[in-house]
Design a protein around this ligand. Structure first.
Ligand code: TYD
Ligand code: MG
Length: 451
């Protein structure tokens, strides 16, 4: 019997190697190269048939203009992240850790489209499991078809019969094509199945949404080239033990990648959070020390978040600095600024910092709120409960301007705050705000004003 042809693939970047190596010399990752069996019979591959046709050459001015046709789903957060709905013929990859809610989100979209026919392919769950979940979510559509199949050729056969308006694949790692010999989930299978799905999407003008699992390192399992092949890459993320989930676009050929969708996981599926600020700030009876509100931006979406700090005397030798949702190094830097520029003795204190709601924020504009929360806890004095903050803090204790300050002010005003503290170097139009805008130059100014 002839020896089966095998190729060594890097599972990170998809490079082919002639032999096994410990380290991929293309992307530099260790232990990512695996052996895969591939069939040699190349002529059969479906998308290569048309290469005999002469390609058509276009002058850019002669290409007819066709507007993008989009399917607007009932899911406003998803529509917004996609840039206004699902573009016909596009291939969307939805990545996320196991158990984060990818299947729930897509099933919910499938069940809420009253006018479209949806074909939902599940390689992971049985039809009765999906039915159970669907009943919890609520079925509003007449035409949602479930197929538990993993062979792409059989899937396309069903798709040809049903002619769905949207095809959903859960997940790409379970699919297999009979043109490739290796196991489902391997690089060559994922690449082949994706190529077939893309061909199907472009030829029938049907949008295809594909679920992709995420590896421990946070990349979509399978080669990076998968991300290059598809039109849109969405990332579904969140802390597993918290109820909030964030949907971001990492790549979008039909819209901006700065939009953000927020969901709340409930007993009956995912609820859209259209006003994030309201849920991210916890309700209390009276102001507590160590709490400060920051006006932050997630992409282009302003929202107010609550920052909590606890400063206490260190009982053990080395003081602890611990954060959730915020960079610990940045906290250390801010504490050093407070110590050196404003004379607070924080060197012997434990400092704990927490952003409520379990979300992660990288926006430097929350620096000022972090400092206020720390000072409030240090002084054991609550901040006035109607004020919020939006500014970056520099190494010399100066309060620095931030981008899109107008939008932050408007959001704070909309949520009923009376005062917002910003940098005095931030330029903005003064006249049209109800909210009082206080401007600060240094950390020392801040302390004088608040305590
Ligand atoms: P799931 O969509 O199966 O995750 P993924 O496909 O990303 O692996 O979501 C699973 C989690 O969601 C599970 O831990 C239970 C939770 N969940 C709810 O809290 N409420 C619900 O209505 C549903 C359907 C799931
Ligand atoms: Mg799933």
């Amino acid at each position: 019997m002839a020896k089966a042809k095998t190729i060594y693939y890097c599972q990170n970047c998809g490079t082919q190697h002639a032999t096994w190596m410990g380290k991929c010399n293309n992307c530099g990752q260790w232990n990512t190269i695996v052996e895969e069996v591939v069939e040699k019979n190349v002529q059969e591959k479906p998308w290569q048939e048309e290469q005999s046709k002469t390609p058509v050459l276009f002058n850019i001015h002669e290409i007819p203009q066709t507007g993008e046709m989009r399917i607007v789903t009932q899911n406003h957060e998803l529509d917004r992240v996609l840039g206004g709905g699902i573009v016909l013929g596009s291939v969307i990859l939805l990545g996320g850790e196991p158990g984060i809610g990818k299947s729930t989100l897509l099933l919910q979209v499938a069940l809420s489209l009253p006018q479209q026919k949806v074909l939902y392919i599940s390689g992971e769950e049985s039809a009765s499991q999906i039915k159970l979940r669907a009943e919890r979510i609520g079925i509003q559509t007449e035409e949602c078809y479930i197929l538990t199949e993993t062979q792409t050729q059989k899937i396309f056969k069903q798709a040809k019969n049903i002619k769905p308006d949207i095809l959903i694949i859960d997940s790409i790692q379970t699919l297999e094509s009979h043109y490739v010999e290796s196991a489902p989930g391997s690089v060559s299978q994922i690449r082949q199945c994706t190529a077939e799905l893309i061909k199907y999407a472009k030829e029938t003008n049907t949008p295809v949404i594909v679920v992709g699992h995420i590896t421990k390192e946070g990349t979509i399992a399978g080669p990076k080239i998968l991300e290059h092949m598809v039109d849109v890459v969405l990332q579904f993320e969140g802390e597993r033990n918290h109820i909030y989930r964030l949907l971001r676009a990492q790549k979008n050929r039909f819209g901006s990648t700065s939009e953000l969708g927020i969901y709340e996981m409930q007993g009956n599926g995912l609820r859209e959070v259209s006003n994030p600020s309201e849920v991210l700030i916890s309700a209390k009876d009276h102001a507590l020390s160590g709490n400060a509100i920051a006006a932050t931006m997630e992409g282009i979406r302003p929202m107010l978040i609550e920052i909590q700090a606890l400063v206490s005397t260190a009982v053990y030798g080395t003081p602890q600095r611990s954060t959730t949702g915020f960079d610990t190094k940045r906290l250390n830097m801010l504490l050093a600024v407070l110590e050196k520029r404003a004379g607070f003795q924080l060197g012997a204190k434990d400092v704990f910092l927490n952003i409520t709601g379990g979300i992660r924020v990288d926006d430097p504009a929350i620096d000022l709120a972090v400092i206020c929360a720390v000072l409030s806890s240090y002084e054991n004095q609550a901040l006035p409960d109607n004020c919020c903050f939006a500014a970056e803090v520099g190494l010399s204790g100066e309060i620095r301007p931030v981008n899109r300050v107008e939008q932050r002010i408007v959001e704070a005003e909309k949520l009923g705050y009376d005062v917002i503290f910003i940098s005095k170097f931030n330029k903005f139009k003064t006249s049209n705000h109800q909210i009082r805008v206080e401007t600060l130059g240094t950390v020392a100014d801040l302390y004088r004003m608040l305590f």
